[in-house]
Structures are given as structure tokens and as C-alpha cells.
Design a protein around this ligand. Structure first.
Ligand code: TYM
Length: 334
């Protein structure tokens, strides 16, 4: 690999992604990938922390691999691999567990939210989820982690664990920085704009899925909840309009001011239609390309195979260093 800084990020194959995932993650991945040695993972082990149907999980994993490729991740330039294919992720999690305290995990916002949502299945994995995420990041000596705002707290923990381990055992891990895009690090629900847009929302009108076709996208934006009044301006009193403006700006790379000027004097109806069409112009071609790639499972398998081999080499170096630092006797070879 060339001598560039290292970028790592991952997405869970836990359902069909939304434009929140696209704007918070995939769009930035594509933009940043050539400036860094980029490593992208499909975080399948993370998905097991809530109940999954095994057949659906397998299908979602291929869907996500095809989506990464359709969004412009170049598998020659970047490393694209499935987390469970590289055993070092689970192995480093064990070691990091020994420098992480239960209180640090039980106060995580996502753990608390998911514990409420999945009351019948509050398992150890759900609590340990951020430690696995820290292992993902630290194994690659990562400099930069592009993520949405909802993952910030988890990244902080990864940084804390890296620093704590380095203090205890000597310099081992690089301490990573987060990258949050200029706009849309937090895309909100179209139905309840004070909540994050989420692929697991039971209201299908609350999110735009990366599998929605052009007409569906436009229809959902037409139905999006707006606020009282009629001006198209961003403000805390107008969470619905603010969210739509944010989405519009993220898709067009316009500034908020430019967007507000553009829609000055226009009605909510025209505005929502314009946002819907703008989003559909980007998302519909990605969906078609993803479906085309999905037809060639062999190609996807070959990409993921070579990705896993490359990831394994990189991760193996860090894991060996960690095992040595903590005093584990290396296995005799030959
Ligand atoms: P996940 O799979 O929930 O989401 C993938 C990425 O999408 C971002 N995102 C959003 N961004 C803006 N607005 C939204 N409404 C929105 N919803 C989701 C997320 O912040 C994320 O960047 N734990 C991670 C996956 C992971 C990971 C890692 C990430 C595992 N290991 C190591 C970075 C580094 C997660 O569940 O993301």
C-alpha cells in the first residue's frame, strides 16, 4: 500500500440502507477513498447483537457489498471485506475487553436505546458492541473514521481504549480521528423530524431506502412532515423544513444560504417535489447499478475474498504486536 494515511469505516448489513447511511457514510467514503489507504468493512458480527434471520442476513450482506460497489467503492484501490472473514476482529475484541469497564458500556446512548427497543434480548453482545467497533478501527492503525454523528460516542470509546492500552503496555495503537461530513451527519426521519432516520423504523414513509424507486422517493418526500408557517428557512423551530434543506444541500453540494435563496417565495409543495426529484436523480441510478452487480455473485465473492486476504495481512500485524505486548507466548511455527 502507498504511504498515505489510513481510513477505516464499516456499515452493518442489517437491512436495506437509507439515504441517512448514504449521506452520513457512503458518499463520504467515495469522496475520501483515493486520498487515503481505505479499508471498508461489512460489520456482520455487529448485526448479531439483535436477532437476525440467518437467510436474510446472508442476503443483506450481498446487498450491502453490491451497494458499496455501486456507490463507487473501487475494490482495487480500497480494501472491501466482511468483518467475520478476518478473525482478528473477534480476537482483538477479547483483549480490549480487558481494558474496558462495564460502566463505560452501560452508559452508551445506543446501548440504552437498543435495550429498550429489544427488551426481550438484552444480550452481552449488545453491550460489548462498541468494543468490537473499537477493535475494527484499531486493528488497521486508522487515522480517520468517516461516520455519522450517531457513532461519535463509540469512536470516543475507541480512542479512550487505544490511549489506555498504550499507557498500560506501551505505544501500540494509533489514536483515530472522526470525520463527519459538512452537512447531513444526522439525517432525520421524514415523519418525525426530531428522530434519526433509521432503516429499522416501522413506518416506511419515515425513511428513504436505497431500494426505493424514483416514484416512491418522490411520493415519500411529498408526504414528508413540514412545519407551520410557509417560509423555507432552516431554524430549530422548523425541524421538518430544516431536515429537507439539509438533505437537499447534501445531495446538491449547495450551501444552506444558496438553497434558501433558491426557494424563496416558493410553497412547501414545490419545495418538497424539488427535493424528491433531486434525491431520486442520485439514488435511482445507484439502485439499478446495485441490482446489476448483485446478479454476479461470483464477482462479489471474488472481491470479498481478495479484500479479506488484504485485511487479514494488515490486521494480523497489529494483533501480533498486541499479543506480544500483553505477554502471550507466540505459537511456534515451522
Ligand atoms: P450503521 O450500520 O448503523 O450505519 C452506517 C453508517 O451510517 C451512518 N448513519 C447516518 N448518518 C447520518 N444520518 C443518519 N440518519 C444515519 N444513520 C446511520 C452511521 O453513523 C454509520 O456511519 N457501528 C456502526 C458500524 C461499524 C463501524 C465500525 C463504523 C462497525 N464497526 C468501525 C465505523 C468504524 C453502525 O452500526 O453503523
Amino acid at each position: 500500500m502507498e504511504d498515505k494515511k489510513i481510513l477505516f469505516s464499516a456499515i452493518q448489513p442489517s437491512g436495506i440502507l437509507t439515504i441517512g447511511n448514504y449521506l452520513g457514510a457512503l458518499k463520504n467514503f467515495r469522496k475520501l477513498q483515493s486520498d487515503y489507504n481505505s479499508v471498508f468493512s461489512l460489520a456482520d458480527l455487529h448485526t448479531l447483537t439483535v436477532r437476525q434471520d440467518p437467510a436474510v442476513l446472508r442476503k443483506n450482506t450481498y446487498e450491502l457489498a453490491a451497494l458499496y460497489l455501486a456507490c463507487g467503492i473501487d475494490p482495487e484501490e480500497s480494501v472491501l471485506f466482511v468483518q467475520s472473514h478476518v478473525a482478528a476482529h473477534a480476537e482483538l475484541t477479547w483483549i480490549l475487553n480487558t481494558v474496558c469497564y462495564p460502566g463505560e458500556l452501560s452508559r452508551m446512548t445506543q446501548f440504552k436505546d437498543k435495550s429498550l427497543k429489544h427488551e426481550d434480548n438484552v444480550n452481552m453482545g449488545l453491550m460489548d458492541y462498541p468494543v468490537l467497533m473499537a477493535a475494527d478501527i484499531l486493528l488497521y492503525q486508522t487515522d480517520l473514521v468517516p461516520i455519522g454523528a450517531d457513532q461519535k460516542q463509540h469512536l470516543e470509546l475507541a480512542r479512550d481504549l487505544a490511549i489506555r492500552f498504550n499507557n498500560r503496555y506501551g505505544e501500540t495503537f494509533r489514536v483515530p480521528e472522526g470525520y463527519f461530513g459538512k452537512t447531513a451527519a444526522r439525517v432525520m426521519s421524514l415523519a418525525e423530524p426530531d428522530r434519526k432516520m433509521s432503516k429499522s423504523d416501522s413506518n416506511l414513509n419515515a425513511f428513504i431506502s436505497m431500494n426505493d424507486d424514483r416514484d416512491t422517493i418522490i411520493r415519500k418526500f411529498k408526504r414528508a412532515v413540514t412545519d407551520s408557517g410557509s417560509s423555507i428557512t432552516a431554524s430549530p423551530e422548523k425541524p421538518g423544513i430544516t431536515n429537507l434543506l439539509t438533505v437537499y444541500c447534501a445531495f446538491t453540494d449547495k450551501s444552506l444560504k444558496e438553497a434558501e435563496d433558491e426557494f424563496e417565495g416558493k410553497g412547501y409543495g414545490d419545495f418538497k417535489l424539488a427535493v424528491g426529484e433531486t434525491v431520486a436523480d442520485v439514488i435511482d441510478p445507484i439502485r439499478l447499478e446495485k441490482n446489476r452487480i448483485l446478479e454476479d455473485k461470483q464477482y462479489i465473492d471474488s472481491v470479498l475474498k481478495s479484500g479479506a486476504e488484504r485485511a487479514e495481512r494488515l490486521a494480523g500485524r497489529t494483533l501480533a504486536k498486541v499479543y506480544k505486548k500483553v505477554g502471550l507466548v507466540p505459537r511456534a511455527r515451522g
